[in-house]
Design a protein around this ligand. Sequence first.
Ligand SMILES: Cc1cc2nc3c(=O)[nH]c(=O)nc-3n(C[C@H](O)[C@H](O)[C@H](O)COP(=O)(O)OP(=O)(O)OC[C@H]3O[C@@H](n4cnc5c(N)ncnc54)[C@H](O)[C@@H]3O)c2cc1C
Length: 473
Amino acid sequence: MKKSIVIIGGGITGLSAAYRLSKLKAQGGAEIDITVVEKSGFLGGTIHTEYTNGFVIEGGPDCFFAEKPYAGMLVKELGISDRLIGTNNKNQGTYVLWHKKLHKLPEGVVLMIPTKFTPFATSSLFSFSGKLRMGMELFVPKRTDGVDESLAEFTLRRLGREALDRIAEPLVAGVHAGDPDTMSVRSSFPRFVDMEQKYGSLIRGMLNARRVMQQRTPAGTRSMFMTTKAGLKDLIDTLRQQSSGVNFKTGVGAQSIQRISTGRDESYTVTLSNSEQLQADGIILAVPAYVSAGLVSSMGKDLPDLLLSIPYVSTATVSLAYKKDAFGHVLKGFGFVVPRKENRHIMAATWSSSKFSYRSPDDSVLLRFFVGGAANQDMVFKSDDEIAGLVRAELKDIMGVTAEPLFVRIYRWDRAMPQYTIGHGPRVKTIEQLTAGLGNIQLCGSAYHGIGISDCVNSGNTAAQSVLKGLFD
Ligand SMILES: Cc1cc2nc3c(=O)[nH]c(=O)nc-3n(C[C@H](O)[C@H](O)[C@H](O)COP(=O)(O)OP(=O)(O)OC[C@H]3O[C@@H](n4cnc5c(N)ncnc54)[C@H](O)[C@@H]3O)c2cc1C
């Protein structure tokens, strides 16, 4: 008998799941209807690229991290590897605002871990004692009690106060727009914990990772960050085009799920916001955890409560375009991050047209600022004029830019960044145990095992395989 799978949420996770199912269905010759239900009018979720007068503006993410393989593997499978680009190595460099001045993050600092002696020793970002303390990391004994530390505790213990205030908080916690005092290092950055356990030191672990990377990738072609010439929307559009046989319903949200058990057979009714009802033998929930909580609320209380306990924060991106000759700054670098102690509205800035090619016409530049996050959520909900005014005032202070922008684009991301707080790992384990009790429903997406695009692709793939197995087991 023909089976049907409903995927709720058309972000990168839901689309990866749909694509994977369409491939597995074609390979296995199974008769399955696959439907993606997406509440907004477009696919991609937080991935949103706008094209204006020769500018490529990323409203949400602007790249994926090459270190995790899943997004790169997907790009290859889709046959669009020739459209991939890395960062512009000639502009390499990130700055940190400290005591009102931009200091270059020393070359060789990866995330928060120094791996090259000379640039680190001569850096103006850290004091002499701060550098000494970071170097002592090599001799700090590893923690063996398995406690789920916060990112702040972990960084203080291994690298000291300056590493926490000047890089871990703005750069590392910034990936989640999060608060290092509450973030679980084990869930948010498991790699750090693994390095400590395996090598007894982050510096030793990172040096080893660099060696492996250097052996694998020829010099000059290395980039930690990847995207496509046309921006990340290219990935979304290609995924849709190549998900053959998938039925996409956009502009309509899922409102509830009812479980129907008749003897051994189990199925679900998904009710949509337009009152339509879809029958499903398997369901993939690729929506934020708090949306999944509402959708499964008819099936018990513990699971929704746990899903709701995963906190989210809101952020916004503010893109500003300028004529190059009026701009007055060379933009040699990828941008800067702003520690909380600087008391600014801007959390981070990407010099988009320096970081990647194909982002602006030759005579123009494009910059993008992040505001909001755990420490400054109200900022996201100010008016466009207010946000643009505050960002431009700080741009003047920090970089001396007074020129009039050609245009401003603001994208708000309301409760889009899940926070992996202390206890996240066990919480997710219980969530998955409880979900297994609901039959053929799979949870996936940024809320659980990694927030990056590559993690989301992996989580969509895994959900697709599991739900398919659930249909035929
Ligand atoms: C501003 C910003 C910058 C980022 N930068 C990067 C970066 O540079 N690199 C990186 O790797 N990661 C980055 N991330 C993280 C990454 O973009 C996300 O974790 C990832 O895109 C999440 O994908 P998702 O499909 O799980 O969720 P989402 O993209 O949130 O998609 C969920 C979808 O579900 C839909 N939905 C919600 N409710 C319903 C409903 N009831 N019925 C149907 N549909 C519903 C939503 O409309 C949405 O389209 C960034 C995130 C943000 C917000």
